[in-house]
Design a protein around this ligand. Sequence first.
Ligand code: FES
Length: 125
Amino acid sequence: MQNIIEQYKSVSEVNVTTWFEVGEVSDFPKNSGACIKYKTKQIAVYNFARKNSWYACQNLCPHKMEMVLSLGMIGDKDGVAKVACPMHKKNFSLKDGSNLAGDDLKIAVYPVKIKDGNVYIGFED
Ligand code: FES
């Protein structure tokens, strides 16, 4: 179980070595999430149209190790985009992956780039 979570590490845009194309903008529902696979990782991608922004994070909720975050509700807390896990409603920042209730749990976040109508997620591996 530990190995599953260890593969998820936040990536900063400056460290991206691979921009992985995950589809066209129109493939992603507005104001909700979708799940893509990169190597062995499941990544939740959010087309946060209300904020005119895109976000990506691990699909794995670290609370009970459920692959569910792409199904979570997205919203905003004090200007920070967040996702609420659909299982027990833990809230995570989509900006830095922190748990907004201050718990130790944290998620990995990834940069998203839109180019020529296509969506790319940035990885370091
Ligand atoms: S599994 Fe996500 S909050 Fe419990």
